[in-house]
Design a protein around this ligand. Structure first.
Ligand code: SF4
Ligand code: SF4
Length: 677
């Protein structure tokens, strides 16, 4: 094994080598502590966020997504490069510690390094040195030549600087190790490919020159190491330190929305509900800002961004991070008053209101992010502030007033909530009242109760339940909207009122299961409500009826039709229900199904069932639904199937306005299913 400078070089330099190393280490670590102080200060200023539950799962996630980096290969080549560099860092970390401690005169890793296992490690380390160098050069060339669009707006100069520094660390170690081998003859029998490459560039027959190069390579390597360490908290490469903790503390339940403040039982006791300033975010959401790698995968998958809305999740994080770093600078300034009069507000200034309303809460960004950065909770927290301060679009006020007064966004009297049953010419539907008992409580929700097109889906569900001989009922005037939309608009107070009223109603009915029409009501009852109901989306429930033999579709569809299924965000991404709707579809005789490129967890939002129902964003270049219909057409399908009344509404509209009626039609899964009996 090659000698180390403390032996080969510092031995000649005497005590001055150790002294120099101690000075460098103390200065570098002091500067690092000083820089990191402001980052920790901001983290501590953040709000509570309990992330220590379910520790076993957290450790498993850390292995799967932190160390195995399972999400990285979703972008194949970029993922491969990242995995190469990540594992290089893990392996080479020990090498760096060995070099530093050796230089300090406390060679605690030497015994291991000189053991048989240490010799094996030395070879592995050398292989990884080459891997990391190749990956860095590859990454630099990709950025410079391929220029992936998703890197637009990232801090490119920083990326080059850090990739260059990492490459320099690898090259200096290769030369250092190569010099050691040539000077001492140690390591000649070992497999050290990086050192061999280093040797190719060294003057083999000049021991004097080799000693000088060895010394320079060592000290430059050490200096580069400490410079690199100090650059990390300044740039996006802070993720090298924060990514593993961020993965460990990831949000574990998709589809859930965080409360206005953790640890507060009654939100009406709070003076403020939303996020107005950076410290109003939770510590985990601040850690998110430190962790963003600026890879742009979130924006690349954001449907709002794809159609020209003024929202890029990556930029949202970058803007919040820049603002946070300005407010908590490395060198504190007494004159800094970022929230004084005339300062740009964070919400409504740095983050524009249209930016906030552009989000459909589809979850595509969070699904893609390799380091589990959360967007939906942050956006809703900021929306809460917007509503609190009455900066919301005026159209919301009437909707919210209707929901508050009548329990539905149409402002229709509660007593008319079950009228759709008659309008759809269905007989014998039990309207439940307090104390009733039933197997299936069909939670219709607002749209399927009052919107004529959605009522047809409700009618199909009721016919299906009857055909299967289920004992079921609906709540009629006792039912109020679940509040899914209201909560995601940021109106937490009204949402809590709806939860209280609906929970009270449900507690007075004896039922086994709840079945819902739309994925939003399903998600609300399953994830937003405090009670644990046995709740099913109709696709799950009817699949179980097919699988238990209670229902069997017997009429085939046209063989010439080709179907494609659109995964609604709140069924798929937020609840992992991909399999059941497809199984239900393929239970239909002769049905041919093709998949869109963007399906399952990469599904493309239809335009949203939440805020977007009541607010249009002017900057749109095209409707989301229009883009999605074109994706369906690309498969060659002539029938699009979905399992959400909002998706259906958006797609029908897009097909009509796009003049595509002769090319494709859209159907709801339940209506299609019931047409086969
Ligand atoms: S939730 Fe969807 S719309 Fe919102 S930022 Fe993420 S990807 Fe974009
Ligand atoms: S939030 Fe995640 S996906 Fe988006 S740029 Fe940052 S690291 Fe990449």
């Amino acid at each position: 094994m090659a000698s180390f400078p403390s032996l080969a070089v510092q031995g000649d330099a005497g005590i001055s080598g150790y002294v120099s190393m101690w000075i460098i280490a103390i200065v570098a670590l002091t500067v690092f502590a000083f820089i990191i102080r402001s980052r920790i200060e901001l983290l501590l200023a953040g709000q509570k966020d309990p992330r220590f539950s379910n520790l076993k799962q957290r450790f498993l996630d850390l292995i799967e997504f932190g160390f195995i980096q399972k999400r990285q290969p979703r972008y194949l080549w970029a993922g491969v490069i990242h995995i190469m560099i990540f594992w290089g860092f893990v392996v080479l970390g020990l090498r760096s510690l060995d070099l530093v401690t050796e230089g300090l005169g406390i060679p605690i890793f030497r015994p291991f390094m000189q053991s048989p296992l240490g010799l094996f490690y030395n070879s592995i380390k050398d292989v990884f040195e080459l891997i990391v160098l190749i990956a860095c050069i590859w990454a630099i060339l990709r950025r410079a030549i391929v220029k992936p669009e998703r890197y637009e707006g990232s801090h490119t100069a920083e990326a080059y600087l850090v990739l260059g520094l990492i490459s320099f660390l690898m090259i200096s170690d290769m030369l250092f190790e190569g010099c050691g081998i040539l000077l001492t003859g140690d390591g000649t029998g070992e497999w050290l490919p990086a050192a061999w490459i280093g040797i190719l560039f060294l003057p083999k027959n000049s021991p004097g020159a080799l000693s000088v190069i060895l010394c320079i390579a060592y000290w430059l390597h050490i200096l580069a190491f400490f410079v690199f360490l100090n650059l990390l908290p300044l740039f996006k490469h802070f993720h090298i330190i924060t990514a593993l903790p961020n993965v460990f503390f990831r949000k574990q339940n998709k589809g859930e929305i965080k409360p206005a403040r953790y640890g507060v039982d009654d939100i009406f006791d709070l003076e403020t509900l939303g996020v107005e300033k950076i410290e109003d975010f939770t510590w985990k959401h601040i850690l998110d800002l430190y962790t963003c790698t600026e890879c742009g995968r979130c924006t690349d998958n954001c449907p709002a961004n794809a159609i020209g809305r003024p929202l890029s999740p990556k930029q949202l994080t970058i803007k919040l991070r820049d603002h946070a770093y300005e407010k908590y600078p490395i060198i504190p300034s007494r004159n800094l008053d970022k929230e004084g009069e005339g300062a740009t507000p964070m919400v409504g200034g740095i983050i524009g209101l249209d930016e906030l309303w552009s989000c459909t809460t589809c979850g595509a960004c969070e699904e893609e992010c390799p380091v589990f950065i959360e967007y939906i909770d942050k956006i809703i927290d900021m929306r809460r502030h917007v509503l609190e301060t009455s900066q919301n679009p005026k159209t919301f006020n009437q909707i919210l007033m209707y929901v508050e007064k009548t329990g539905n966004p149409f402002g229709k009297p509660a007593v008319k909530r079950a009228d759709w049953v008659k309008e759809q010419e269905i007989e014998d539907v039990k309207i439940l009242k307090e104390g009733d008992r039933v197997d299936v409580l069909y939670y219709v929700d607002g749209y399927a109760s009052f919107d004529p097109r959605s009522q047809e889906i409700a009618a199909a569900i009721v016919r299906g339940l009857k055909l299967a001989g289920m004992d079921f009922g609906i709540l009629g005037k006792l039912e109020k909207d679940t509040g899914h939309q209201v909560r995601r608009m940021g109106e937490e107070g009204l949402f809590q009122v709806l939860v209280e009223e609906n929970t009270e109603t449900l507690s007075n009915i004896d039922f086994k299961w709840i079945v819902t029409t739309d994925p939003h009501a399903y998600n609300a009852l399953k994830k937003d409500y405090p009670e644990s109901y046995k709740v099913f989306h109709y696709s799950q429930f009817f699949l179980s009826l097919v699988e238990t033999g209670l229902l069997r579709p017997n009429r085939a569809v046209e063989k010439s039709d080709l179907y494609t299924y659109h995964d609604p965000c709140y069924l798929g991404r937020h609840n992992g229900i991909y399999h059941e709707p497809r199984r239900l579809l393929t239970s239909i005789p002769d049905l041919r199904l093709v998949e869109m490129d963007r399906s399952r967890d990469r599904s493309f939002c239809c335009g949203g069932g939440d805020v977007m129902l009541w607010h249009e964003i002017e900057q749109e270049e095209m409707r989301m639904a229009e883009k999605r219909v074109h994706m369906a057409l690309e498969t060659g399908a002539n029938v699009m199937v979905t399992a959400c009344p909002f998706c259906l509404m958006h797609f029908e509209d897009a097909i009509k306005t796009g003049g595509l009626e002769d090319k494709i039609r859209v159907v709801d899964l339940m209506e299609l299913f019931m047409s086969t009996f």
